[in-house]
Unconditional design. Structure first.
Length: 83
């Protein structure tokens, strides 16, 4: 177990060495941030489309390989003000 707040003698006894890079907060690149936002938007669009399909043509849910329960669980992931 890495305990960054343990004293140096305690770390020496337990055999754990904490590197400064392990304690530093992660920094993400702009590309990673853009990718995360794009993924989030794609999932949101999918959930909106799934909601529309389940409301207008519920028989099509079987055609995309989901059960009614799976579709409802996915729709439930939308923010409460969008459900």
């Amino acid at each position: 177990m890495n305990d960054p707040f343990a004293s140096a003698p305690h770390q020496a006894c337990t055999g754990t060495i904490v590197r400064l890079s392990e304690m530093a907060p992660r920094r993400y690149s702009l590309a990673a941030l853009r990718s995360a936002i794009a993924t989030w938007r794609e999932q949101t669009r999918f959930r909106w489309e799934l909601k529309r399909i389940s409301r207008d043509n519920p028989h099509l849910i079987d055609d995309i390989g989901l059960t009614r329960r799976q579709a409802e669980e996915e729709i439930a992931k939308l923010p409460f003000w969008q459900r």
